[in-house]
Design a binder for this molecule. Structure first.
Ligand code: A2P
Length: 348
């Protein structure tokens, strides 16, 4: 009989955590038991898993005894503290926060791009940033076909990337504005309704935001190209679900727009929607709830020798978070890697 796994979801009451439970169920991941974990505030509440309701337990250091796999999406500080406890208990962690992504002990994985990196897993595997995931799924086939010289990306990111509180802030502000009331912002530094904020995560010393530098550093790590020239501008837009990106790619060898379309049409996890004559291109409202990464508006950059422009859209809670994490879990099962080789690696 096929093996079944005891799986915990840490942050199970959050926007990504709920999507993780839904994705595990929908993809029929081989579970013997699912344990939803969250803060003490939610302990005893119910979360849906298919037709069942599961009771949320408080996340504690000893929550992971006897658990095979844990999907984490409860924020960086929670992951920093509890992921090592889980690995120490022999539970393999797939972590959606940014806490472990650049740690050399942790593979940073998008299964369509670098599943082989899982062979080096030491108990904590990092799920990349949502905007990075959807971009590298498209960059990888281009890299393999024509080489990559430089990437310039601008993002248009949905409020669900900030979690449930981002969704609630946009909803509340839209309602207040339509009712002639003043708006308040508590999640974002400015009003997000009917506005665009060129600011995601905190500003760093180099004047970029941390989100922008995540895109630079994570893209290099996932593609194993530490010197790849990448630059990013990340903006928050008043969209509930689905991140959009304008991506300019400079390749080493010429790749025509036509060849690029054909190449991407065959790429795993990618769907090309590119028929401007009929106003067909990827849209956040169409990507929401879908698993694929959508790409369109593919055209040659006429300002350089070997360049392409494109528009990439994906559901940030699915491919950008929950789905990618579950796909990593599926790869671990396929590769027979659901085990912690040395329980002390993260106990420093
Ligand atoms: P809770 O609902 O009990 O606060 P989102 O990203 O949508 O804001 O969700 C964050 C998730 O992380 C929620 O499930 C939240 O649980 C959980 N969480 C936040 N802080 C903690 C903590 N200190 N310990 C455990 N879970 C936490």
């Amino acid at each position: 009989m096929d093996k079944k796994y005891k799986v915990a979801v840490a942050g199970a009451t959050g926007a990504v955590g709920r999507e993780m439970l839904k994705t595990l169920y929908e993809r029929n991941f081989p579970v013997s038991e699912v344990i939803p974990l969250a803060s003490a505030r939610s302990a005893g509440n119910a979360v849906p898993f298919g037709d069942e309701e599961l009771t949320v337990r408080e996340l504690k250091e000893d929550s992971f005894a006897g658990i095979d796999l844990a999907l984490f999406s409860a924020g960086g500080s929670v992951s920093e503290k509890f992921a090592p406890c889980a690995a120490h208990s022999g539970c393999v962690v797939i972590d959606n926060s940014s806490a472990w992504r650049m740690d050399p002990r942790c593979p940073l994985v998008v299964p369509e791009v670098n599943a082989q990196a899982l062979r080096d897993q030491k108990g904590i595997i990092a799920n990349p940033n949502c905007s990075t995931i959807q971009m590298v799924v498209v960059l990888k086939p281009i890299l393999d076909a024509a080489g990559l010289e430089r990437v310039v990306v601008s993002t248009y990111q949905a409020v669900s990337g900030t979690g449930q509180k981002g969704i609630e802030e946009l909803e509340r502000q839209v309602r207040d504005l339509f009712n002639g009331r003043d708006t308040e912002n508590s999640v974002y530094p400015h009003r997000i309704a009917f506005n665009i904020l060129p600011h995601i995560d905190v500003f760093l010393e180099n004047e970029y935001t941390r989100e922008e530098m995540k895109m630079v550093n994570e893209t290099r790590k996932i593609l194993s190209m530490p010197d790849l020239r990448v630059t990013a501008t990340c903006a928050r837009v008043p969209v509930f679900y689905g991140h959009s990106e304008s991506v300019n790619v400079e390749t080493a060898r010429k790749l025509t727009a036509r060849d690029c379309r054909a190449l991407l049409a065959r790429a795993p996890g990618v769907r090309v929607i590119d028929n401007p004559a009929e106003n067909l291109y990827p849209l956040a409202i169409d990507a929401a709830g879908e698993d694929d990464t959508f790409v369109g508006r593919i055209r040659e950059d006429e300002s350089i020798e070997n360049g392409l422009n494109m528009w990439i859209v994906a559901d940030n809670l699915r491919k950008g978070a929950a789905l990618n994490a579950v796909q990593i879990a599926e790869e671990l099962v396929k590769m027979d890697l659901v085990r912690v080789p040395d329980r002390n690696v993260f106990m420093d």
